[in-house]
Write a protein that binds this ligand. Structure first.
Ligand code: AMP
Ligand code: MG
Length: 359
């Protein structure tokens, strides 16, 4: 009898032990997946942060791939690396230059988006941007004559491309300088998201200097909550929140890079019509989209356009989720698509709908 019961007890004890081990393993896994694995570096001229959730070994491997990818991307697109595709293109303006598939595709996309925005986003604006040197120790107000001259070499329609079996080539006219600063971080985020998804990542947040991108749901199993920066305020102070999954939230604003001279603010977003910082009556524009390159280029373009022109553009190109904040910071102009995922957290800001006309 005792022996029989003893056998039972042993079985019970074994089952309990197994249960404990199982619970321990599950808890350990939960802990692993609840803590983000983080990569922070200085890339693409900005602080970049990739935080992903998942089981240790796979997450660390994915982070190593992210690091490798960002380095490679920089080697193609950085204007600070003489051998990059973009530096070679600019240095050899007037000649056909062999470029990588990535550079070819991004320049083509940039040209399309320049067409779409009627040049408000203009990747050929480099010559003018360089005159201002905004954000560098020698930032300055250029002479009108310099600006007029540089503006003559900013016609993005003159960017030529040629693809054949022996490779891909681009040619920009002599005097032109490409600047992909308003779209490259978006494209980097798109490519990085793709790589991370392929590596099995189900939940991640990528911050490329304010270009925010998320994969999947947050670790709490809900949409990610992403704050929209209040212009001219300390980083992390928000005026509204976007809640969504698998999305890119890109913001452009003068406060990101600017200088003051004689009581006037000069910033880094250039109106290609004047060659001067855009004075469009806005203090920031956010575009929310699954396509980060599109969101990046569009938010720069909408900022240049200002409220009225942007409203017309948004009516014509229905479905874009955008939030435009007035220069006074008192009104947020929000498209119908954005209203579904965005809410104001500052009750002193009035919400006005724009761009809903044609739907
Ligand atoms: P973003 O922060 O995305 O608005 O990009 C701004 C950066 O893009 C600037 O620092 C310039 O290098 C470049 N840029 C400035 N104005 C324009 C424009 N109108 N179109 C395209 N790129 C621009
Ligand atoms: Mg942009």
């Amino acid at each position: 009898m005792l022996a029989k019961n003893g056998g039972k007890y042993i079985l019970f004890a074994l089952a309990a032990l197994l249960l404990c081990l199982f619970a321990l393993h599950a808890a350990q896994q939960r802990e692993e997946t609840a803590k983000p694995h983080v990569l922070e570096s200085f890339r693409l001229g900005t602080v970049t942060r990739v935080a992903l959730y998942g089981e240790n070994a796979a997450a660390e491997k994915a982070l190593a791939e992210a690091d490798k990818f960002l380095r490679e991307f920089e080697r193609i697109f950085s204007v600070n690396i003489a051998s990059s595709d973009i530096s070679r293109l600019n240095a050899k303006a007037g000649e056909w230059v062999a470029v990588s598939g990535e550079c070819f595709r991004l320049v083509e996309r940039a040209r399309e988006l320049a067409e779409l925005t009627e040049g408000a986003f203009n990747p050929a604006i480099g010559g003018v941007v360089r005159l201002w040197r905004t954000g560098t120790p020698d930032q300055r107000i250029p002479e009108r004559g310099e600006i007029e001259k540089a503006l003559q070499s900013c016609d993005y329609r003159k960017i030529e491309s040629r693809a054949s079996e022996d490779g891909r080539y681009l040619r920009i006219p002599r005097g032109m300088e490409l600047d992909l600063g308003a779209i490259a971080k978006g494209r980097a985020a798109d490519m990085l998201k793709e790589k991370l998804r392929e590596a099995g990542v189900k939940s991640a947040i990528i911050d490329l200097g304010g270009n925010l991108d998320v994969i999947g749901l947050s670790p709490e199993g809900r949409g990610w909550r992403l704050g929209l920066q209040r212009p001219w305020s300390p980083r992390g102070e928000y005026f509204g929140i976007v809640e969504a999954e698998d999305i890119s939230v890109v913001t452009s604003g003068p406060y990101e890079r600017c200088f003051e001279k004689d009581g006037k603010i000069y910033h880094h977003i250039i109106d290609p019509a004047s060659g001067f910082p855009a004075e469009s009556g806005l203090s920031s524009v956010t575009v929310i989209d699954g396509d980060s390159a599109l969101a990046d280029a569009l938010c720069t373009a909408l900022f240049v356009m200002g409220r009225d022109r942007a409203a017309k553009f948004l009516e014509k190109n229905g479905g874009v989720a955008a939030v435009l904040l007035s220069a006074s910071g008192k009104t947020a102009f929000v498209t119908p698509a954005a209203r579904k995922i965005f809410r104001l957290t500052d009750e002193n800001i009035a919400l006005e709908e724009i761009g809903g006309g044609s739907r």
